[in-house]
Design a protein around this ligand. Structure first.
Ligand code: FE2
Ligand code: FE2
Length: 159
């Protein structure tokens, strides 16, 4: 990002990059958690559950990619050490579970993490609204997908 672009953003870029980096870490944790669950889920109807998890895992990886791109454009460096992902995330790793066919726990973990993600992106959207248009557009787009994830898994609960 050049001088003029930095000028018109009109917000603390260091602070914004930090927020985006934390969200970037969340996305990696979510990607790994949902991907892992999608590969290992077991029990009745596991194929459907695996498919749902695989689909949202793919979205989270895409979010991480988009955030990395934005962080770099803003002049920052996405967290580049795996060991630092959880340390820098907003929330702890969301995928710890003992029983691979415990759908209630899967649904609980996913909906809680997605709700957390919605909060994170809502906060960044408020901060960037009317200032950093590109980041605003990106985080509202991501938030929309997190809302879809939460809804998908909330609906599974009602079945
Ligand atoms: Fe995401
Ligand atoms: Fe999500």
């Amino acid at each position: 990002m050049g001088k003029k672009a930095r000028e018109i953003v009109g917000i603390d870029l260091k602070d914004l990059i930090k927020d985006l980096n934390k969200a970037y870490c969340d996305e990696w944790l979510a990607y790994y958690a949902w991907w892992y669950m999608s590969q290992t889920v077991d029990g009745k109807g596991y194929e459907d559950m695996g498919e749902f998890l695989g689909k949202i895992a793919k979205d989270e990886l895409e979010h991480a990619t988009e955030l990395a791109d934005r962080i770099v454009k803003l002049g920052g460096l996405p967290v580049n050490n795996l060991n630092d992902l959880e340390k820098n995330a907003n929330n702890p790793y969301p995928g710890v579970m003992k029983n691979l066919h415990d759908y209630d726990t899967i649904i609980k973990l996913v909906t809680a993490a997605e709700a957390g993600a919605i909060e994170v992106y809502n906060k960044i959207a408020k901060k960037t609204f009317g200032k950093d248009h590109a980041t605003y557009q990106l985080v509202t787009h991501i938030m929309e997908e997190e809302i879809g994830h939460e809804e998908t898994f909330e609906n599974l609960k009602e079945k």
